[in-house]
Design a protein. Sequence first.
Length: 124
Amino acid sequence: MALRSLPLTVGSFADSKGQSGATPTITGISEPDAKITITVYPDGIGGEVYADKNGKWSYKFTKKLTPGSKSILVVATKPDGQAQVSKTFTVVGGGGTNWFGIILLIMILIAVGFGVYVYVKSNQ
């Protein structure tokens, strides 16, 4: 028995330049109750969701994608059918630098160093 082709659309999750953040939300439409499997290559990150009674589905990445060129594969499956869509995009950013944390760490190190200096000098 041959599998039938399921309907599957994947909404836009990248900007007009094909760029996305590190944790995009992927949305789309398929048949109601279809299992939707999302995988991003080369990161190998993804997951599964099920389409609701209207066929709508949404997947939010919980792990950050690394910056660079990516390919996403979305597959919809039901016992009697399957469909797949692939797209390419570029992840920009990737979390950035936590400057507040770095500055706080430097301030703590300076305070501890100054405290040790004062302690040593006062005990001489």
